[in-house]
Write a protein that binds this ligand. Sequence first.
Ligand SMILES: [Zn+2]
Length: 366
Amino acid sequence: MLNRNPRQRVFLCDIWYSKIAMEEELINIKNTALSFILEAQDRKSLEETKLQFLGRSGKLTLALKQLPKLPIEKRAAVGELANEIKRTIEEALAEKLSQVTSDSTTKRKESIDRTVPTVEPRIGHIHPISQVLSQTIEIFKSLGFQVADGPEIESDHYNFEVLNIPKYHPSRDTQQTLFLDSTGTSYSPGEMLLRTQTSNMQGRIMEKTKPPFRVLVPGKVFRYEQVDASHGFEFWQVEGFMVDKNVSMSHLFGTLDYFFKQFFGQSTKVKFVCHNFPFVEPGVEAYISCVVCRGKGCSFCKRTGWVEILGAGMIHPNVLKAVGINPNEWSGFAFGTGLSRMATLKFEMDDLRLLTTPDLRILEQF
Ligand SMILES: [Zn+2]
């Protein structure tokens, strides 16, 4: 029956309103708590959220304290709703906590786990030939030599003729030459070749340069050779020559002795033995004390204690004349050595072919 008493009506409405207001407030609390939990990124913010809603002074706790103010028949329904919301918040908190814990563990593992296999970056090495080449250049630069470069495809003229090696000269047999096919070119057969020695640059430089000069020419040369442990069909040479007034064999000996001691070490001994090369007069072969046994004798030096290292001599007057330099006014010395051979000696390699292998297991050792 409808209560007509205004005070009583107000009272009833007040109670009715309170119940609705409380349910709304509880749902608001739930939604706010769940959105906080959703946004939480770590354990700390989850703990703060828990305290804010479920703590002793938390919003849900305070709301529940209002329960006794509701009419007794309404308490059960609101209480049940409140408990359900509490469970929902607790479950959401627990689920999110396990998620952020697992995330942070994964992140920590990613940042500090040093047992995870990684791909090591490859570090480049300077090739043994390049090392030997740059050291040789440095030493001769300190003696006032300039470095020059030249063509690998060369004419018979610069490779042989200028160097006092005319056609049919027997010394051509010692340089097995790779000639280029002249078919379809303006060159005659046998005119063009792959240079067999860096000496080809003597003629090219001397005919264009007024003495005095000191020149070093490193480069690759080619020969028709059977490849074995001590021979290759392409290898590196370095040519050096100097022309000035009153240059003598003493300058040659002193220069080479200084170079070998700088290159192989101060204890290196050098000896010169007479030898015939058509482009020098007199000519010598230089030997150094064996780098393996230090002169005592081993299989590397065939028990002699010495290793042949280069050919040299005073530039032949015919060579000077061929390039327009007066041999009565100027004199000079020249030498040529195999950079590949020097590399094998320096690094004590027993096979020349190792220098041209693409095998990184070998190259990475230098
Ligand atoms: Zn030896």
